[in-house]
Design a protein around this ligand. Structure first.
Ligand code: AMP
Ligand code: MG
Length: 359
């Protein structure tokens, strides 16, 4: 008898072991990494049809790259080719949606976020192998061909036109965010409960929990860190989109000056608002797109005008402004904006680096 019991005991222990392991096995995430939208995209999904969700997500990113990117077949190239000749250009519904939202935010930000920045972005070429500092005449010429008021959108169909010759759009400040929302919807349709969609780390969206059943832990970059893994702090996050913009993402240096990729439409030069960077957390519908364009806009506006924008528009976003600390070279001064009722961001950040100070 004792033997039989011990055999049952062993079988029961084995069964329990299998039962304990099985859910863990079933919860192994599917992770895929691809180069798309000019960045490294990593899609992680668990539960539901995780593999199908990730594959469809990647296809979607590639499709959006083709419509919203700078390729010859993309909507931007076709709009630029017809600029000034009065004809309406059929564009994809996705780019039409981005342009509508971009135009609303251009109006709200007094043009600090301007999707018709194409001529200036091309002139500076930051992030390409022909990046250079243009002269004042060139800047003025490009600037004269920028202006969101001259982007016309047909009210009833996905069609657009640029009023003046030489105009062009650039969706670099909004397309990744739009893509996050689209891929998140794909994940949700496939029953994915836990997942992350990361587009280069600077625009990402998280669903549910990480592999330890905890909130995802997102590192916020130290803007003067030696590597992209050098963090100012770690933010636990669930069901939200996070976006960062800063002067450390794409830049070159000349004569001791840094020229980065976020341009001020009013000066035609890299924005000089006194910030190293901005990080925004947004929840709910269109969280990815709102977060993406907001970081770019806030970086151009700077902290003071940025806070006024957030208050004036009632935008439900947590914002972290990161600036150089005037008292300590190389160190950072942080300040946060949280929507009414939300626990303040500084209380939620973990593992804060030593060389930062809160304002
Ligand atoms: P992000 O890294 O999200 O801040 O987006 C920066 C990208 O947006 C740049 O690489 C440009 O393609 C584009 N961009 C630069 N300046 C502006 C601006 N003032 N408004 C809208 N888009 C911009
Ligand atoms: Mg952005």
């Amino acid at each position: 008898m004792r033997n039989r019991y011990s055999r049952y005991g062993t079988a029961l222990a084995a069964l329990l072991l299998v039962l304990c392991l099985f859910p863990a096995c079933g919860r192994e995430p599917v992770v895929k990494t691809v180069l798309v939208m000019d960045t490294v995209a990593q899609l992680t999904a668990r539960d539901g049809e995780a593999a199908a969700a990730v594959d469809e997500g990647i296809e979607r990113l590639q499709y959006l790259d083709a419509c919203a990117g700078t390729g010859a077949e993309g909507d931007a190239a076709r709009l630029a080719a017809a600029a000034g000749d009065g004809t309406w250009v059929d564009i994809t519904p996705e780019v039409y949606e981005m342009l509508k939202v971009a135009r609303d935010w251009a109006a709200r930000t007094d043009g600090a976020f301007d999707v018709t920045m194409g001529p200036l972005v091309a002139l500076w070429g930051i992030g390409t192998d022909h990046a250079r500092v243009p002269d004042a005449v060139e800047i003025e010429d490009a600037r004269s061909r920028v202006g969101w008021q001259d982007l016309e959108l047909a009210p009833d169909a996905p069609r657009a036109r640029l009023k003046r010759p030489g105009m062009s759009i650039d969706l670099g400040g909004i397309a990744k965010g739009y893509a996050l929302d689209d891929v998140r919807a794909i994940f949700e349709r496939h029953g994915v409960k836990d997942g992350m969609i990361s587009l280069g780390g600077s625009s990402l969206c998280v669903l549910g929990k990480n592999e330890h059943g905890e909130d995802w832990r997102i590192g916020i970059r130290q803007p003067r860190g030696e590597t992209a893994q050098d963090y100012l702090a770690v933010l636990p996050l669930t069901d939200a989109a996070l976006s960062s913009s800063g002067d450390y993402e794409r830049y070159f240096e000349q004569d001791g000056r840094r020229y980065h990729h976020i341009l001020d439409p009013h000066t035609g030069a890299p924005a000089a608002s006194g910030l190293y960077g901005v990080t925004v957390v947004v929840r709910g519908a269109h969280a990815g797109m709102t977060g993406d364009l907001l970081t770019t806009a806030l970086f151009v506006l700077g902290e003071e005008k940025g806070r006024a924008l957030l208050e004036g528009t009632g935008t439900d976003a947590d914002v972290l402004f990161v600036a150089p600390d005037p008292a300590r070279p190389g160190a950072c001064l942080l300040s946060a904006f949280s929507p009414d009722g939300a626990p303040p961001l500084p209380e939620r950040l973990q593992k804060q680096a030593g060389n930062v100070r809160w304002e």
